[in-house]
Write a protein that binds this ligand. Structure first.
Ligand code: GRF
Length: 196
């Protein structure tokens, strides 16, 4: 049976796709019960439908109430924020404490928090001439990108890199460490070496 997973997206869904692929090949012991997006035509919704996964658009208004009832109705064990760009309400975070993870495209605590998402992160890393960047999987708590870190992987920023080439390299890391984190959680392994 495995764990019941919900994935929240706002965009292209390449992180979602890596989770779909690794559920289907058995690496992740679980099933994606639903995908939720705040953007109606996000390509990630198409990715879900291509794999017969129910996909729900949640419009503004009672968005968080709708999300909470979808999670409850499907008895979700793990919520994955995969490029989801809205803040979850406190009651979702409280009710699903230590059951919500987020993938962030930087080495938290650097380049995270309000306003740091997507290419804005990579542009800042290049601008600051950082020697390293990378990605982080962390539990979601009531702060923004502040929850316990589960996995991080870093990469050298080359002189030849610009924000586009860096974003591509970091996205590959995201896919890898997100799948690793979900695999461990799906197998009941909580031995993430402590990073913070
Ligand atoms: C990417 O910018 C990624 O760094 C971040 O959210 C965005 C969404 O990627 N996690 P995708 O929709 O999973 O392709």
């Amino acid at each position: 049976m495995g764990i019941k997973i919900a994935v929240l997206i706002s965009g292209g869904g390449t992180n979602l796709q890596s989770v779909i692929d690794n559920v289907e090949n058995g690496v992740i012991n679980g099933e994606i019960k639903l995908v939720i997006s705040n953007i109606k035509n996000a390509y990630g919704m198409t990715r879900a439908r291509n794999h017969n996964i129910p996909a729900f658009f949640v419009d503004r208004g009672n968005r968080n109430k709708r999300i909470l009832s979808l999670l409850d109705e499907n008895s979700i064990d793990l919520v994955i924020l995969a490029g989801y760009l809205k803040i979850l309400s406190k009651d979702i975070i409280k009710k699903y404490d230590k059951k919500i993870i987020n993938i962030h495209p930087s080495l938290i605590p650097k380049y995270c928090g309000k306003g740091y998402y997507g290419e804005k992160v990579h542009k800042a890393v290049i601008e600051k001439n950082e020697k390293y960047s990378g990605a982080t999987v962390h539990f979601v708590d009531e702060g923004v990108d502040t929850g316990k870190i589960l996995i991080q992987e870093k990469i050298e920023v080359k002189n030849s890199d610009d924000y586009k080439s860096l974003s591509k390299k970091v996205l590959e890391i995201e896919h890898r460490i997100l799948v690793k984190a979900v695999e461990k959680i799906s197998k009941g392994e909580s031995d993430f070496e402590s990073i913070n």
